[in-house]
Design a protein around this ligand. Structure first.
Ligand SMILES: [Zn+2]
Length: 330
């Protein structure tokens, strides 16, 4: 997953805090129990001093390492058993003084055998939600909530199909794109007039892909180019970090909403080409939504951009009448 180093460090910090909190709680339990049950304190002191003396003995007689450690393990086992019994008798859990972890698989380190633990993966996903620019919308808009009722059943003369049939096909393609994400490589371009559900489906895709643990960045074309422009030309205070720009190039899925509404100039054209081309070479998918028709793409963008879209994007046309208007009219 393409996660910039600084963001990854922030997540590791969350795991560190968790470990620290548990260590403090563990210490607090020991302090409380030692006060009322000095015998337990004595046992713990014995265990640590025995461990220490074993280390010393092994250093002095490395060849007898196994015998020394076997004898010691036996002594520690019997001391621990005594301690457990004392705790039980006093009404505590037998494990009350054992180390505490949120995740027993990695002991709150975030890693098992140098691989990311599931608890770290989960933290990365929830971080990805907040980074996608979508966390408010995603709670509401997802594939389960998509309604075909808003699309007419009447056959459209130009395509010979009803808007509903077309919407259903588009829905299915978007759904399988999202649920199969990571297993196959595909780019999508959703085009058609405003208010036909393109943005809605983009949100559904984002949620599904995020829920499967991949990183998603969602930007309207306007905000995307504003961000790139500010980074290149108005970033003396370094407000926008290189990490943020790299994330646009490297996140698992980039969604560009409303392409065609940005101010079109030499800068945006070259940035768009660089982005589309770089992600294409890296096999990192993009989903584009646009109000422009395929003939409109050629008017607005250079041939090399259009040819890359034609050659590498599955094009999904939307037809019908404005859904937002229908929702308003009830
Ligand atoms: Zn873990």
């Amino acid at each position: 997953m393409g996660l910039p180093r600084s963001q990854f460090n922030k997540i590791l910090n969350i795991i560190d805090q968790r470990r620290l909190k548990n260590q403090q709680e563990h210490q607090h339990r020991k302090d409380t129990v030692y006060k009322t049950m000095p015998r337990i304190h004595e046992i713990d002191v014995m265990i640590s001093s025995k461990t220490l003396s074993m280390t010393r003995k092994i250093l002095e007689n490395p060849s007898e390492r196994e015998t020394i450690s076997m004898n010691l393990q036996e002594e520690i086992r019997s001391l621990s058993e005594k301690k457990r019994q004392l705790l039980l008798d006093a009404g505590y859990d037998a494990d009350y003084l054992s180390p505490i972890y949120d995740c027993y698989d990695c002991h709150d380190t975030g890693f098992v055998d140098n691989e990311k633990c599931h608890c770290l993966q989960k933290e990365i996903i929830s971080h990805a939600y907040s980074q996608s620019n979508l966390d408010d919308i995603l709670a509401v808009e997802n594939f389960d909530q998509f309604k075909l009722d808003y699309y007419s059943n009447e056959i459209d003369k130009s395509s010979g199909k009803s808007p509903r049939a077309i919407a259903e096909r588009n829905y299915k393609i978007c759904y399988s794109f999202a649920s199969d994400f990571g297993n196959s490589y595909q780019n999508l371009i959703l085009h058609g007039q405003a208010g036909l559900g393109k943005t809605y489906l983009c949100n559904c895709i984002a949620k599904e892909v995020l829920d499967h643990g991949s990183s998603v960045i969602y930007l309207t074309a306007f905000n995307l180019f504003k961000l790139l422009e500010n980074y290149r030309f108005h970033n003396d205070d370094a407000k926008i970090t290189l990490d943020e720009i790299q994330a646009i190039y490297q996140c698992d899925l980039l969604i560009i909403d409303d392409l065609g509404t940005e101010i079109n100039n030499a800068f945006t054209t070259s940035e768009l080409f660089s982005l589309i081309n770089s992600r294409l070479l890296d096999k990192k998918p993009i989903v584009i939504s646009t109000n422009l028709s395929p003939s409109g793409w050629s008017n607005q963008y250079s041939d090399r951009i259009v040819s890359r879209i034609y050659g590498n994007y599955l094009s999904l046309g939307f037809v019908g009448s404005d859904i937002r208007l229908q929702k308003l009219l009830g």
